[in-house]
Design a protein around this ligand. Structure first.
Ligand code: F6P
Length: 539
């Protein structure tokens, strides 16, 4: 069964939301809190080690009710069922979407074309586990008999961002292996990494679902040439492994068939860190931690699948985001994690969210006339407070923000943790309440300066407070956003799992690349012709 195809703007709930928006758009959250002492409790979900407070949003109980009705009007329940049961909901590519199967228990049955995929998933997991243990314990050695000390993940997009973000986020849990990520086709990237490597003790993990991606293949070839300056062809088998669905292309590259970790076409690139694409995570933090990451994601899957919508974290977050995007016309969302470990989290989510929901044609193939995918950006707190928070507090734009924090620090420095948490709590309070003119005056501010020190407040935030950053809680957090993406894609009536939008630039780049070696320049717009000439003349 395909996903339901309902134009959200034609539903009864959307009509209700439109009328309701006119009534509530200028309400002040501060007043809503004053009117209802139970507001914070009503708009809080506590689940496992997660505490989601969504009370600092420009919503009333009526708003929430209509948003929940919207979820039912677009048949979200059926859509969730279709996804988890392996139906080919990625219709434009004819594929199932089953990253959830990668973290399901071994006893689960998830069928694609009538075949249960779980045994195959576990076969690959065992291979990852055995390989990880051999490398971490030093049993698996390089071509001169030395144990590995460095791992280099070569991949881009979903074959880089997920593993890179997780390895960074789980630094506290890392073992002795040093892990690098090479992604950009910018040769300076690979060369800067190579500079730090010893070919005798480095293991290369080439990750490409298609094994045709220009960046990854170019970087892999450059690394192979560098490796062969000291080692011989037969040594490649010890030092290069690959993760891919394209087994022939991997063999042609010269990688031993025993060193291939397969993946499947029902795993989307940006949702693939749960597959063998996560091999470098397993190597960096050990298989047991990697398994806990998957277990956390599985727990979130179960929550998303079974929890009533009103207390279903991804559903609630998705609906609130729709409220701002489609009714308040907010264009972007900020993700602010109060943890330096989550330094790459917003960057990672940019691909997940924007590659998935940056679409303007609906599931009937018609151009749509309402807003879809939000712009995603963010940096960790407290650093971001000293960078772009000025605009969130006093700029002209409405920027809903997710504040993610952890109750306990990993190194246990309570003084720092208290300071961090006080900032975490203070910012959402400041965004909610702002500062009135009367308060500014009371501070003794000189008259001419008063307007500049007023904060309008009424800026919406979600607070996601988690007990502690562990592999399991990180797995839950990532899966939470994955499901939020799905909820929004279903509501917007778009296909979230293709990415045709990245193809055009790739095609033109390969055409232009060929022209660098030709004397004539082919038909381009005048601007591109000038730039092309400039490069050819000066490079
Ligand atoms: O940029 C498009 C894209 O297809 C992403 O969706 C994907 O994660 C990335 O390229 C890398 O693709 P591959 O794993 O096939 O090299």
């Amino acid at each position: 069964m395909a996903l339901p195809s309902v134009n959200p703007t034609k539903t009864t709930s959307w009509e209700k939301l439109k009328t309701h928006f006119e009534e509530v758009q200028s309400l002040k959250m501060k007043e809503l809190f004053a009117q209802d002492p139970e507001r914070a409790n009503k708009f809080t979900i506590k689940w496992e080690d997660f505490y989601l407070d969504f009370s600092k949003n420009r919503i009333t109980e009526e708003t929430f009710k209509y948003l929940l009705e919207l979820a039912y009007d677009v048949n979200l329940k059926e859509a969730i069922e279709s996804q988890f049961s392996g139906e080919k909901i990625n219709e434009t590519e004819g594929r199932a979407v089953l990253h959830s199967a990668l973290r399901a228990p071994e006893s689960a049955v998830v069928e694609v074309d009538g075949v249960n995929v779980i045994p195959e998933v576990y076969k690959v997991k065992r291979k990852i586990e055995a390989f990880t243990n051999e490398v971490v314990n030093g049993e698996r050695k390089g071509y001169t008999g030395k144990p590995f000390t460095h791992i280099v993940n070569v991949g881009i997009g979903g074959s880089d961002l997920g593993p890179a973000m997780v390895v960074d986020a789980l630094e506290y849990y890392k073992n002795h292996l040093t892990t690098y990520f090479v992604s950009n086709v910018d040769g300076d990237h690979v060369n800067e990494v190579i500079k730090k490597l010893d070919p005798e003790t480095t293991l290369f993990v080439i990750v490409s679902k298609t094994f045709t991606t220009q960046e990854t293949i170019s970087n892999a070839n450059t690394i192979k040439s560098w490796f062969l300056e000291s080692a011989s062809e037969t040594d490649i088998a010890r030092h290069f492994v690959a993760v891919s669905t394209n087994l022939d292309a991997v063999s042609n590259f010269g990688i031993d068939s025993n060193n291939i970790f397969p993946m499947w076409d029902w795993v989307g690139g940006r949702f693939s860190l749960w597959s063998a694409v996560g091999l470098s995570i397993s190597l960096a933090v050990g298989y047991d931690n990697y398994a806990c990451l998957l277990e956390g994601a599985h727990k979130m899957d179960e929550h998303f699948k079974t929890e009533d919508f009103k207390s279903n974290i991804p559903v609630v977050l998705g609906l609130i985001s729709i409220w701002y995007n489609n009714f308040f016309n907010a264009e972007s969302e900020a993700i602010i994690a109060y943890s330096q470990y989550l330094n790459q989290f917003a960057t990672y989510l940019q691909q997940g969210i924007m590659e998935s929901n940056g679409k303007s044609v609906d599931r009937n193939g018609d151009v749509i006339d309402y807003q879809t995918g939000t712009l995603i950006w963010g940096e960790p707190g407290t650093n971001s407070q000293h960078a772009f928070f000025q605009l969130i507090h006093q700029g002209t734009k409405l920027i809903p923000a997710d504040f993610i924090g952890f109750v306990k620090s990993l190194h246990g420095n309570q003084d720092h943790q208290d300071k961090l948490t006080s900032n975490f709590l203070a910012q959402t309070e400041a965004l909610l309440n702002g500062k009135t003119e009367a308060e500014v005056v009371a501070e003794g501010t000189s008259e001419a300066i008063i307007p500049f020190k007023v904060f309008q407040g009424n800026k919406p935030t979600n607070t996601i407070f988690i007990q502690k950053l562990t592999p399991e809680s990180l797995g839950k957090l990532i899966a939470m956003y994955e499901h939020k993406i799905f909820v929004q894609g279903v509501i917007w009536n778009i296909f979230s799992y293709d990415q045709f939008g990245v193809e055009l630039g790739k095609q033109l780049a390969s055409k232009i690349l060929q022209e660098f070696n030709k004397t004539s320049i082919e038909a381009h717009d005048a601007s591109t012709v000038n730039l092309l000439k400039y490069y050819k003349e000066n490079s």
